[in-house]
Design a protein around this ligand. Structure first.
Ligand code: FES
Length: 166
């Protein structure tokens, strides 16, 4: 994504922020919508558009676990591993999904490049524990390992989103 495109996105929202450094995060999120992750060129474009150094922009991008500095699968599945979900079986969901996708117990991206599985902290859906979130968009629960597996079947054949917003 170019600096001009990012500038066009952040200029209309500039007045919503007391400090201009707060624009870096929406600029990064917007830049990520194009490919689903941020390249070195994207980080440089955000730096140019916001007026902050590339090092500062990269420090922001590397802090947030929903900003990706490496390519991900077409869909990103975040499995909540915080207390309420753990107490209600998140471990089994996590291990089941990693195993069925042929991944280590650290998660990662399936061999066909369709799905990335990652751990997440509380998704604010504790009363539906254990839960998962797809593309930072749809939160689902409570899920059994079997129901989570069915969801993965669907994600492997679902069309890619028109825009990556994670
Ligand atoms: S602990 Fe999982 S959604 Fe809150």
């Amino acid at each position: 994504m170019t600096a001009d495109q990012i500038r066009a996105h952040i200029e209309p929202i500039r007045d919503e922020f007391a400090e201009s450094r707060s624009l870096v995060l929406p600029a990064l999120k917007y830049a990520q919508t194009e490919k689903g992750h941020l390249t070195r060129d994207d980080l440089d474009a955000v730096a140019e558009a916001t007026g902050f150094s590339p090092a500062y922009v990269e420090s922001v991008a590397s802090f947030y676990d929903r900003l990706y500095l490496e390519p991900t699968g077409t869909r990103v599945v975040s499995v909540c591993v915080t207390l309420s979900c753990m107490l209600r079986g998140a471990d089994e969901v996590w291990e089941h999904l990693c195993e069925r996708e042929g991944l280590s117990h650290h998660g990662g991206t399936s061999e066909d490049g369709r799905v990335t599985i990652q751990e997440a902290q509380c998704l604010g859906y504790c009363d539906h524990a254990p839960c998962i979130q797809v593309d930072a968009d749809e939160t689902l629960g409570p899920l059994t390992p079997e129901a989570a597996s069915q969801l993965m079947d669907d994600l492997h054949v679902a069309p890619a989103p028109e825009e990556f917003w994670r």
